[in-house]
Design a protein around this ligand. Sequence first.
Ligand SMILES: Cc1cc2nc3c(=O)[nH]c(=O)nc-3n(C[C@H](O)[C@H](O)[C@H](O)COP(=O)(O)OP(=O)(O)OC[C@H]3O[C@@H](n4cnc5c(N)ncnc54)[C@H](O)[C@@H]3O)c2cc1C
Length: 397
Amino acid sequence: MSGKSYDVIVLGGGAAGLFCAFIAGQRGRSVLVLEGSNKVGKKILMSGGGRCNFTNLDIQPENYLSANPHFVKSALNGYTQWQFIEMVERYQIPYHEKSHGELFCDDSAKDILKMLVAECDLAKVAIKAKCTINKIVAEEGAYYVKTSQGGFRSRSLVIATGGLSIPTMGASGFGYEVAEQFGLGILPRRAGLVPFMFTDKLKEICERLSGVSVDVVMSVNGISFRENLLFSHRGISGPVALQISSYWLPGQSVDVNLLPDTDIIGMLLDFKEKKGRSLLRNLLAQHFSRGLVLELQELFWANYMDYAIAEIPDAALADIASNLSCWQIKPSGTEGYRTAEVTLCGVDTIHLSSKTMECKTQSGLFFIGEVMDVTGHLGGYNFQWAWASGYAAGSYA
Ligand SMILES: Cc1cc2nc3c(=O)[nH]c(=O)nc-3n(C[C@H](O)[C@H](O)[C@H](O)COP(=O)(O)OP(=O)(O)OC[C@H]3O[C@@H](n4cnc5c(N)ncnc54)[C@H](O)[C@@H]3O)c2cc1C
């Protein structure tokens, strides 16, 4: 089959695809990026609330979920957060650390996309947007890609089409179809970094508390995170809920410690001794918003609502303390791919070289970024994976 030839064709002009493209271009490879939507890098523009949390000061393999937790090590060492920060500084992009080592642009995520596109221009990478890919054929040691804009051939084909989250931003299952075409396994996918929803009485509580945020520890399956929980009219969100959602499985409850720094029973008994005539709700209002206290009262001490704390038996206070330190809530589900930041699981890394991202059984075929079974925590880890896996493939493709 005929078509214009390149050394490398990258499918998907997102974070990983653009990065890989200019790294390969810098090596003198001729590179073509084929992007399905009308513009490259749309998800970068919407990331980090428009300011792109582009990396983190503390990147560890433990910040990633994958069936093979060791897989990320080589690529993360091969291209570090310090190298990306150096590039951001070279482009004089103003940035700041928000919290937990998370680095954000001061002005706009546009700065990061402009930098990636500028690097692609310098490396003479050709980019075609609004390009529908119809077919991929492997023939005579090369790949033929048939598209709405004609046919193209290359020795190396890099799949960087991302995951399933935010379909309105161009997300598609295309990368998984390519993996299947070449016989690669796909681990069952689900939405990650996504808010929880409820159908029981918690649904109404969330609606009433919409906008209230509280610093908590949330835990599931032996994993805990401490950050803000945010009630919304749809359910529970905020960084702590998003982090835990990646570890949660349908049907499970999650535990919420509402006062992680406090010996709660000690505090309640102390109240009882020193402020026995006070109502518990007035005492807890020192720690939580009034609205949250009223909801907790309804849930945990409705029988003692108008009792002075001195009149509440110690055993009942112990129950209240245990509920405040381990509030078990059972989500009915998550908001799904519509709002999820990432897709968990994906192309099984068992088929890929951790050094190059090349498929072990299909020479010249590479998978990078979110399409594969590597998912980062919230906090810039997913972009660092896009840069690092893009760098690994771009150095060999
Ligand atoms: C709202 C939101 C905010 C986020 N904020 C952050 C953040 O601040 N920090 C962070 O680290 N991570 C963040 N993420 C996650 C991060 O955006 C992704 O992990 C990262 O973009 C993955 O890079 P990628 O190149 O693999 O995929 P993408 O960036 O999704 O790129 C894939 C590209 O492939 C294109 N494509 C898809 N199908 C086809 C097809 N059939 N043909 C051609 N092209 C196709 C898509 O249009 C897209 O341009 C956020 C995600 C979301 C949804």
